[in-house]
Design a protein around this ligand. Structure first.
Ligand code: COA
Length: 166
């Protein structure tokens, strides 16, 4: 069972009992403002999401639950390599924890997956926090597209960022 430890975090694989913690994150309209889905309206929606994360084939996935002081605060990683995504509970923002997790996970992927030349991220151009985070660890904008995601009734655009293997 892969676990990564950083100065403040434990990163580990997802388990069914992470459900309540993930629901707290994914039902928050602020945390999901630039997410690919609307806020989760009920626990069942989060259960389906978590089951898919757990069942994603290991060959394609490098996704990690982020624990801070024994509390599950979100996730960082690739549901499908090489695209990386992250979301943390709002309580955990503004402390450098997302950056700590992203550096650990990207380092682990490059160290253990020689076939991966680069990680990529697909970000709403309005998602300033996410863009700041990605650029702080070395991602660069490599493309963009309009009307890529229909979330609720609203079309969203994408900025594509790439982190090349160091
Ligand atoms: C994107 C997201 C993970 C970024 O979280 P974050 O906490 O802002 O990111 P970081 O870990 O880089 O923290 C940076 C902030 O911590 C502060 N900080 C405090 N201590 C720090 C430390 N030891 N090291 C680095 N930064 C530190 C920085 O000054 C910065 O503050 P600011 O937000 O006031 O500028 C978070 O906003 C989130 O979950 N958003 C919702 C989901 C989402 O949109 N995901 C992206 C989809 S592509």
């Amino acid at each position: 069972m892969t676990e990564l430890r950083t100065a403040r975090l434990l990163l580990r694989r997802a388990r069914p009992d992470d459900l309540d913690a993930f629901h707290a994150v994914l039902s928050d309209p602020e945390a999901t403002r630039y997410w690919s889905t609307l806020p989760h309206p009920d626990l069942e929606t989060t259960r389906v999401w978590l089951d898919a994360m757990i069942a994603s084939p290991p060959a394609l996935r490098e996704d990690f639950v982020v624990e801070w002081d024994g509390r599950v605060i979100g996730k960082t990683g690739c549901y499908r390599l090489p695209e990386i995504g992250f979301i943390l509970h709002r309580d955990a923002w503004g402390r450098g924890l997302a950056r700590e997790a992203l550096e650990a996970v990207s380092g682990y992927i490059f160290a253990t997956r020689p076939e991966i030349d680069a990680l990529m991220a697909d970000v709403d151009p309005q998602n300033q926090r996410s863009l700041r985070l990605l650029k702080s660890v070395g991602f660069e904008v490599t493309g963009s597209a309009q009307r890529t995601w229909l979330v609720g009734n609203e079309w969203k655009d994408s900025l594509y960022l790439t982190l090349r293997r160091p």
